[in-house]
Design a protein around this ligand. Structure first.
Ligand code: HEM
Length: 474
């Protein structure tokens, strides 16, 4: 056979394979919600909330992968809460999977999640003992703030140290000094990854994981940073292993090491991954919310004034704030909820998948289909909040000034994969913020009206604009 004959056969074979794959794909995805036509290669990444055109549920192509986007409180509730089991799979998360190969298999995530929650509870998550630890850390934070002597500074690093030290106590059994070089390097790695995942490069990686893995650019740092975090965790695991005493468990890592002896399917690699994920998820989220919250208060001095009034009346100047105070501080509670709503620090949620073929709102969603729960569309849903685009604490207050819950606030997501650090994060946010305002007045460096409270960039996270301000002792 001559060369052109062979080439023709190859081309016919390739074309047939492609047609066959396309036909299978079409069959699998035959009844998805409508959505924009996918453009070759660039997907639909540049358009995000298309609910105005396609309704609360639409198909959006991330590169070649179809994803179903859920938009607005109603559909998010129907999926994540009413059909919690079916929507509980973990979707593609390339920035992390690039390193971890994923651990989304149903049995593995379920048992790991159960193990993580019960172990963190054993070490005090959601309990009095951890509250004491947070109160102690708040005092370390206040001491650092006092050292600024009313001069302008950027709070990022201090807030990261405080937030991270709480998760470090649980995971590594100890806190770090704010001057500890290794700790600061780790925080820098986490902060840099959060920013990269929220940048255009991070979005490109999310959309075209296979291609972007080979393209040079700052997104490659995400992987390198993860490896460094993993290396630190591996060192800590070894330290714990050498001194392990099953009668005296010191931290999450000790419990994991014991579990490793009992349950063979949990491997060292999984252990290191899970620990890094906890460390990462527990550090940047709380500190970003506080950083964003303080900037919002600089923009709204009238809100800060009311917070001072409530703190002075309920707590006074002579004792540390505690969680019991919260029920007597409806205004502070409402402001914290509104900060979480407005700051909206995980706007697109974390991708889910459906765990089996299901019919949902008249569409057929095949098993493993990626689902993007656009949490921001619930937090800013005009049918649930009267003034969604403004910072307005009355969203969480009734006409008598009492705290009023609103289920459309989905900062921690909802359902089976709801943030597992929610109770811990709520404690930290309340105690850190009230401690700051009990001790200091916030002083902006410009006219409050000129402070821009929109995010600097938005991707996995909403990143607040960098800023400096002064803290004046009260
Ligand atoms: C203000 C602070 C926080 C916010 C806004 C937040 C938000 C979220 C969101 C939106 C998710 C995705 C849930 C989903 O897939 O539907 C999540 C998952 C998660 N969060 Fe948080 N989080 C915060 C603090 C924390 C803390 C302090 C920890 C540490 C204990 C933590 C650990 C986790 C973990 C381990 C997951 C994955 C759960 C799973 O896959 O089953 N988070 N968080």
């Amino acid at each position: 056979m001559d060369f052109s004959g062979a080439l023709n056969i190859v081309l016919v074979l390739v074309a047939s394979c492609l047609l066959f794959l396309l036909a299978c794909r079409k069959k699998k995805f035959k009844n998805l919600p409508p959505g924009p036509t996918p453009l070759p290669f660039i997907g639909n990444m540049h358009q995000v909330d298309l609910s105005g055109t396609y309704g609360p549920m639409y198909t959006f192509h991330l590169g070649s992968r179809p994803c179903v986007v859920l938009s607005g409180y109603k559909v998010l509730k129907e999926a994540l809460i009413d059909k919690a089991e079916e929507f509980s799979g973990r979707g593609d998360f390339p920035a992390v999977q690039m390193w971890s190969n994923g651990n989304g298999e149903p049995c593995r995530w379920r048992s790991l999640r159960r193990f993580a929650i019960s172990t963190l509870k054993n070490f005090g998550m959601g309990k009095r003992s951890l509250e004491e630890r947070i109160k102690e850390e708040a005092q370390f934070l206040m001491a650092e703030f006092r050292k600024t002597q009313g001069k302008p500074f950027d709070p990022t690093f201090f807030l990261s140290c405080a937030g991270s030290n709480i998760i470090c106590t649980l995971v590594f059994g100890d806190r770090f000094e704010y001057t500890d070089k290794k700790f600061l390097t780790l925080l820098d790695l986490i902060n840099s990854n959060w920013k990269l995942m929220s940048s255009t490069w991070g979005q490109l990686l999310f959309t075209f994981p296979k291609i972007m893995r080979h393209v040079p650019g700052p997104h490659r740092l995400i992987y390198k940073n993860y490896l460094k975090l993993a290396e630190f965790v591996r060192e800590r695991i070894e330290m714990n292993r050498e001194t392990l005493d099953s009668n005296h468990m010191r931290d999450f890592i000790d419990c994991f090491l014991i579990k490793l002896q009992q349950v063979p399917p949990i491997y060292l690699r999984t252990m290191s991954k899970t620990t890094v994920n906890l460390f990462f998820a527990g550090t940047e989220t709380v500190s970003s919310t506080l950083r964003y919250g303080l900037r919002i208060l600089l923009r709204h001095p009238e809100v800060e004034e009311k917070l001072h009034e409530e703190i002075d009346r309920v707590i006074g100047p002579n004792r540390s704030p505690c969680m019991e105070d919260r029920s007597r501080m409806p205004y502070t509670d409402a402001v914290l909820h509104e900060i979480q709503r407005y700051a909206d620090i995980v706007p697109m949620g974390v991708p889910h998948t459906v765990t089996r073929d299901i019919e949902f709102r008249g569409y057929t969603l095949p098993k493993d289909l990626n689902i993007i729960p656009l949490l921001c569309t619930s937090q800013f849903d005009p049918t649930q909040f009267k003034n969604p685009n403004s910072f307005d604490p009355t969203h969480f207050l009734d006409e008598n000034g009492r705290f009023r819950k609103n289920d459309a606030l989905m900062a921690f997501s909802a359902g089976k994969r709801v943030c597992l650090g929610e109770s811990l994060a709520i404690m930290e946010l309340f105690i850190f913020l009230t401690s700051i305002l009990q001790s200091f007045n916030l002083k902006p460096l410009m006219d409050p009206k000129d402070i821009d409270i929109t995010p600097e960039s938005s991707g996995l996270g909403n990143i607040p604009r960098p800023y400096q301000f002064c803290l004046l002792p009260r």
